[in-house]
Design a protein around this ligand. Structure first.
Ligand SMILES: Cc1cc2nc3c(=O)[nH]c(=O)nc-3n(C[C@H](O)[C@H](O)[C@H](O)COP(=O)(O)OP(=O)(O)OC[C@H]3O[C@@H](n4cnc5c(N)ncnc54)[C@H](O)[C@@H]3O)c2cc1C
Length: 404
């Protein structure tokens, strides 16, 4: 939005001193926007993922290696893996640095939004302060408080699985003579449909992040970002590869658990004021929380940002309401497919994206359609229809059909 010549203020409830998580993989459909925004990629200390290595659950023996050869050549951007704190500080810099194009965004911390009015486009914070603007982009996460204020009742249920995250320092593991996974620059995988471990290095290979998913009973998963003990991990995944167990025992830290929730797609992503000159839109997990099994949650949030930058740019010259309509039409169709595919991949490993379309399973997503997506072109088509006023003659479903 800054690059599109808007004045932006970001209100964040925390003080940014808390943890911002660990590894986050960023496929090319997110990475291409980071490149476009001029993010200094070296400063994000990325690991460029080169393969997927599959291990046997009980003893860690490698039984398959799938190289991502040609990924960058095909999609124009590598498959990045970041430490969240690094990508977060690079995005912060892109938003606030005075030496970049546009007006630097203001970041205001310790402001928790409690009330949002889309008619006046105003936000009231817990401290009693109220501010207003032309557009509110509510990126307030999976537990968004904005949704109900736009008339949306989120429909969700607990999944029957939970995720325990363990980090370890690769240097320490090497010094102790333990297996050196970090230097593979790979996603390492142990698993079955029910229990699985996804490991990946970040921070130039220094930190290794292991996401351990397990099938659980009702009692065990009602938790969010809660510290748990290593004993708990070993209790829920008792028959784990002993070499992995040893790494966890000797070097594991920041062991935390997230219960997983299945969210139904939302009916809409925005509300405009009666005049059409103001509006509030949901962005990121607030709009489309999904299972982590296709690693597309944050990438989809990056795509949302890319879309907003386009629809609110001078190039398209649209009203607030028109811009938000295009945002919803372009984004909702795509993220709903990805949300659905992420849930299917939670339940069935074969639903993980393959390179090309699987003709026997047309719902299954392919890397070509997800990573090779040309959103700018999609937006251009939508803008053309809006400008020709064709939009008013179509229902949203017909419009989505025309675009696709
Ligand atoms: C285990 C796990 C692994 C994952 N791995 C990947 C991966 O590899 N790749 C990937 O693309 N995605 C991954 N994801 C998904 C990804 O983490 C999320 O999709 C992403 O963080 C969503 O970003 P967001 O900015 O929309 O929301 P959040 O990251 O939740 O940020 C919301 C922000 O809003 C602030 N906030 C909330 N409420 C208010 C309020 N009322 N007022 C002011 N501020 C507020 C919060 O403090 C926070 O800073 C994973 C998720 C999980 C659980």
């Amino acid at each position: 939005m800054r690059r599109a010549a808007h004045q932006v203020t970001v209100y964040e409830r925390s003080d940014f001193c808390g943890e911002v998580g660990a590894a986050i993989s960023c496929a090319s459909n997110g990475g291409k926007w980071l490149h476009e925004w001029g993010i200094d990629m070296e400063k994000t200390k990325p690991v460029i993922l080169k393969s997927l290595i599959k291990h046997r659950w009980n003893d860690g023996e490698v039984f398959e290696t799938l190289a991502f050869d040609g990924y960058e050549k095909h999609f124009g951007v590598p498959y990045y893996n970041f430490h969240r704190k690094d990508i977060h500080s690079s995005l912060y810099d892109a938003a606030t640095n005075v030496n970049r194009d546009g007006t630097p965004a203001q970041i205001v911390l310790n402001h928790e939004a409690v009330e949002i009015d889309y008619e006046t486009c105003s936000v009231t914070f817990e401290n009693g302060k109220t501010v207003s603007g032309d557009i509110i982009l509510a990126a307030d996460g999976i537990r968004s408080r904005t949704k109900p204020q736009l008339g949306i009742t989120p429909v969700f249920e607990k999944a029957d699985s939970s995720c325990i995250r363990v980090l370890y320092d690769s240097e320490k593991a090497k010094q102790l003579g333990l297996l050196d996974f970090a230097s593979n620059d790979a996603i390492e995988f142990w698993g079955t449909n029910e229990n699985k471990i996804v490991m990946s290095p970040c921070e130039n290979g220094r930190t290794v992040c292991c996401l351990c998913f397990y099938k659980c009973s009702e009692k065990s998963y009602n938790t969010f970002n809660r510290k748990v003990s290593l004993e708990r991990l070993l209790e829920v995944l008792p028959d784990l590869d002993p070499q992995l167990c040893q790494i966890f025992k000797e070097c594991g830290y920041e062991i935390k658990e997230w219960g997983l929730y299945i969210h139904e797609p939302l009916p809409y992503f925005f509300k405009a004021s009666k005049s059409g000159k103001k509006g509030v839109a949901l962005v990121g997990d607030a709009a489309h929380p999904m299972m982590p099994d296709q690693a597309q949650g944050a990438v989809s949030a990056i795509e949302d940002a890319g879309c907003l930058g386009e629809v609110f740019s001078k190039e398209h010259d649209l009203s607030v309401e028109e811009s938000l309509m295009i945002y919803e039409l372009v984004r909702k169709e795509r993220v709903t497919k990805i949300q659905d595919a992420s849930l299917r991949a939670r339940r069935n490993l074969n639903e993980r994206m393959g390179w090309n379309k699987d003709l026997a399973n047309p719902h299954k997503l392919s890397l070509v359609e997800v990573c090779g997506y040309d959103m700018k072109d999609h937006i251009k088509q939508a803008v053309k229809l809006i400008k020709q006023k064709q939009f008013v003659t179509y229902s949203a479903e017909q419009f989505v059909h025309i675009l696709s």
